[in-house]
Design a protein around this ligand. Structure first.
Ligand code: HEM
Length: 470
């Protein structure tokens, strides 16, 4: 344990209580530590693309294992400063890094007050194409939008009420991907994502959207712009065009699609702005595809788990919607090991107190999930593919040394938890099951993936398999 500088590590939670608050501020990092965080943690995260991933930056991050280095930097700060949040010494913006596991729970549970989801950077980014999306809303209108999202996405249910049409679309598109890959003996990101996106457009907008590449191009262009947050000028004409296209799908309200449910749930509600909720559903399915192809990579190098997964698949009718728990656990492991939302951002709406010190109002609170998920000081299985982590109540129980109170938050938690988590797990597990049903996929890149110690970054754009029929 390094104790080279900074205050001694405090024990226990620092608690972001609200009340009569201290005048003393939480520790501020020195210039050297601030630079380490800015260059080693924030810059690689931003460079890889917060809203749309950048293939070249991800390839570089994979080559240099940048996320593993970033995790080591934050671990070092945690050892030296303890659980209390630390402020960064950056001009122009108040930023604090949340280090303590209990503080992470607290920040996420106490959202959106006093920890607002709609912070400046997110508003700048998502304002490019969904200025009225729930994630950038606050107050009463946020509650209304959240309720509509939860109703349409069927948030609490592992198997969505539209599962019969969803599962049929997923299986058709996944089968086409497997067959294409088998005929070329190669499954790569281009083949995978073309089929994945066709599936997503059918599930979200309806079967008529299956080949609507023009809509996808507009959304992609706006997302790349959103990577620059408020530094990029708005492209209003493209945004208006995207909106018109999406509105047409809501008007068509195809039965069995999320757009159909949305029309039924909030069709004419101007305040909720149902059409503005759709881009998030479409674009958030992209990281879900990345998590799915990386889960396939993990299963490719772990034959025992593959056998268990196939045994679970054989227990029921492959075409019938159901909860494939082991495959869902593989996807959850994929987003634990390689989180697709690496930085969860909140903004304090008033002063908060932490172990007798203060974080001022208007501070962006940074929760860096790769550090939490890979902190081998506290999590024995940090770098191992350990699906049992997510099957605690299952026959095998939690793996040795797993802490049940540790924040594993790939989908966040609390009132701002991802309302699409169950739908993601349903679609991803069904897609994987269909790929595995009649085909074998041997991993050819990354060539030496070791499930006992996986690297900090795997670019989904570079994952490749040699596929053949079984
Ligand atoms: C691998 C796939 C996904 C992951 C890991 C994921 C993760 C997350 C996380 C961490 C948040 C919180 C963000 C924040 O607080 O700043 C979030 C929010 C959200 N997600 Fe997901 N998500 C995924 C896919 C999806 C999909 C496919 C949908 C919709 C179909 C969806 C809908 C939403 C919505 C609407 C919010 C905003 C919630 C709010 O503001 O209350 N997500 N997601």
């Amino acid at each position: 344990m390094s104790t080279s500088s900074g205050p001694a590590r405090s024990s226990g939670p620092s608690r972001g209580a609200v009340g009569p608050v201290s005048t003393e501020l939480v520790p501020r990092l020195g210039v050297a530590d601030t630079l380490r965080v800015a260059l080693g943690v924030l810059a690689p995260t931003v460079a890889q693309g917060a809203i749309a991933r950048r293939p070249r930056a991800m390839a570089l991050a994979e080559r240099l294992d940048l996320d593993a280095r970033a995790v080591a930097t934050v671990q070092d700060l945690h050892r030296r400063y303890g659980d209390v949040p630390v402020r960064l010494a950056l001009p122009g913006r108040r930023l604090a890094l949340v280090l303590g596991p209990d503080d992470v729970h607290q920040v996420l549970q106490d959202s959106p007050e006093p920890f607002a989801l709609a912070n400046r950077e997110k508003k700048g980014a998502l304002g490019q194409f969904q200025p009225h999306g729930v994630l950038v809303s606050h107050g009463r209108v946020r509650e209304q939008r959240r309720a509509v999202n939860e109703t349409v996405l069927d948030t609490p249910r592992p198997v969505h009420r539209l599962a019969p049409t969803v599962v049929a679309a997923v299986r058709e598109e996944a089968r086409a991907v497997a067959e294409r890959a088998a005929s070329s003996h190669r499954l790569d990101w281009d083949t995978f994502s073309a089929g994945w996106r066709r599936m997503v457009r059918r599930v979200v907008l309806g079967d008529t959207a299956r080949d609507d590449e023009a809509l996808q191009r507009d959304l992609d262009a706006l997302r790349y712009r959103a990577n620059w947050s408020y530094f990029a000028p708005r492209d209003r004409s493209r945004r208006d065009r995207l909106r018109r296209r999406l509105a047409a799908y809501v008007e068509r309200a195809e039965p069995g699609s999320l757009a159909g449910l949305l029309a039924e749930t909030a069709g004419g509600d101007e305040e909720v702005d149902p059409v503005d909720q759709l881009p998030q559903w479409l674009f958030a399915f992209d990281p879900a595809g990345m998590a799915t192809i990386r889960a396939l990579a993990l299963l490719a190098v772990e034959p025992d788990e593959r056998t268990r997964v196939r045994a679970e698949m054989d227990e029921g009718d492959p075409g019938a919607p159901r909860e494939l728990r082991r495959l869902r656990a593989a996807v959850l492991e994929s987003v634990r090991l390689w989180p697709t939302t690496p930085m969860i951002l909140r903004e304090t709406t008033r002063d908060t107190e932490w172990a007798g010190a203060r974080v001022p109002s208007g501070t962006a609170m940074l929760v860096y999930t790769p550090y939490l998920h890979r902190d081998d000081d506290d999590l024995a299985v940090a770098h191992r593919f350990a699906p049992d982590l997510w099957l605690r109540d299952g026959p095998t129980g939690p793996p040795d040394g797993a802490r049940t109170d540790w924040p594993l938050v790939p989908f966040s938690e609390g009132p701002g938890v991802c309302p699409g988590q169950n739908l993601v797990l349903l679609t991803a597990s069904t897609f994987l099951a269909t790929l595995l049903e009649h085909h074998d996929h041997a991993l050819t890149h990354p060539r030496a993936l070791d499930p006992a110690y996986v690297p900090g970054v795997i670019s989904p754009f570079r994952v490749r398999f040699r596929t053949r029929a079984r």
